[in-house]
Design a protein around this ligand. Structure first.
Ligand code: HEC
Ligand code: HEC
Length: 337
């Protein structure tokens, strides 16, 4: 930028804003490679053939339940397997079955217990009014992804548009009735297992060796098969984070470290969320997926997530680099919810 002579202040500010546009780190968005600058969405696929694909009759099992499901049952978008009905209250219709043809069952991605996965979100224990405001934000175009390839953020937008206010409230009350409990184990390391991607989720390759972690957070299931094949909602995740990142993040989160504002000011003591009169409702941050939290910080900084409440985060992220945000989310994930 140093060699560019700005013709006017206006032109200069446009050039600078282009220069400032950062490429979203692919690890947080479920990709191996950064989004190409000339990326275009693929043309719509031709309609699927009318005959249903053959289903594998094999029935899967999991420990602690006598239920058995086929792969088709597990991946049924409008009636996904519920392995442990005793782990959660009775699911409302929209959570268990969605609303065909557009709105998939919330349980399909976030699980019946709301634990979710790194490529979507943990939504158990969110304050009801915050949850409702997020669905409205998806609906109004105030929540999009900085990585235009990320398919499931677009799906969330379609669901929010397809739901009534009543359905949104019902889902918010259901998931809000369950507490957020420990789900992520944070491990500082220099090397990580080799991984492959399955629909935006990193999976360790069996006997695949390892590779340098570098400046990334890689989140993988504690048991790849049980999560990938059976979609067990009782198996949490390991977040591999760079050595020293938890301590570095702690300084930002607890004091601001001269670059930001102590998060507890708004997110409450122990970062468990709170409502402040005249400010709004802040969600809990403790023990949540670092990839998810990182995407939110990056998306708020890039402006893809914005709006009256999200803009309260602007002064928080303004001076933070991608590395600072990585450290912050490593620390947040390591906190006990
Ligand atoms: C296809 C998978 C999928 C399904 C099905 C799905 N979601 Fe989501 N949801 C996502 C993804 C992905 C995100 C995070 C988007 C991002 O990171 O950009 C998300 C985020 C959310 C959030 C925001 C959480 C936060 O902390 O701000 C809420 C609330 C939510 N979903 C509610 C729902 C409800 C209610 C349903 C059922 C109608 C549902 N979702 C169904 C994929 C899904
Ligand atoms: C001035 C108040 C304020 C401060 C200080 C603040 N936040 Fe927030 N934060 C908010 C509000 C309000 C929201 C909810 C935005 C919305 O409703 O869209 C939020 C949302 C978030 C989210 C998105 C959560 C989700 O579930 O999607 C993250 C991540 C976050 N904040 C991280 C932080 C971190 C890290 C810090 C400290 C470095 C911090 N915040 C400090 C007000 C604040």
């Amino acid at each position: 930028m140093k060699n560019i002579h700005c013709l006017s202040l206006y032109l200069c500010s446009i050039l600078l804003s282009f220069a400032a546009a950062e490429i979203p780190p692919p690890w947080a968005y479920g990709f191996k490679d950064p989004v190409p600058t000339d990326w275009q969405p693929a043309p719509p696929a031709p309609p699927a053939p009318p005959t249903a694909p053959p289903t594998d009759p094999k029935k899967w099992t999991l420990p602690g339940t006598d239920r058995k499901f086929t792969t088709a049952d597990i991946k049924n978008n409008f009636n996904p397997a519920d392995w442990y009905p005793g782990d959660h209250p009775a699911m409302p219709e929209i959570v268990a079955h969605g609303k065909a043809p557009v709105v998939w069952a919330c349980a399909r991605c976030h699980y019946p217990n709301g634990k979710g996965r790194p490529e979507n979100a943990g939504i158990a224990g969110l304050p009801v009014d915050y949850f409702i405001a997020q669905l409205q934000a998806f609906r109004n175009g105030e929540r999009q992804s900085s990585d235009p390839r990320k398919p499931n953020t677009k799906m969330m937008v379609d669901y929010a548009k397809g739901m009534t206010d009543e359905e949104i409230r019902t889902a918010a009350e259901y998931y809000g009735s369950m507490p957020w409990t420990p789900w992520i184990r944070v491990v500082e390391t220099e090397r990580v297992p080799q991984t492959t991607l399955s629909a935006g989720m990193f999976l360790q390759i069996p006997h695949g060796g390892d590779e340098p972690l570098g400046d990334r957070i890689i989140e993988v299931p504690e048991d790849a098969d049980a999560v990938e094949i059976q979609r067990s909602p009782r198996i949490g995740f390991i977040a591999y984070v760079p050595i020293g990142s938890v301590k570095r993040g702690e300084a930002f989160v607890t004091t601001g470290a001269g670059k930001t504002i102590a998060c507890a000011t708004c997110h409450g003591p122990e970062l468990k969320g709170q409502t402040l009169a005249g400010v709004g409702t802040m969600p809990s941050l403790a023990g949540r997926s670092p990839s998810y939290l990182f995407r939110q910080l990056f998306d708020i900084k890039s402006g893809q997530r914005h709006g009256k409440q999200a803009d309260l985060m602007k002064p928080v992220i303004m001076n933070l680099t991608t590395d600072d945000m990585l450290a912050i989310t490593a620390y947040l994930a390591s906190r006990t919810p």
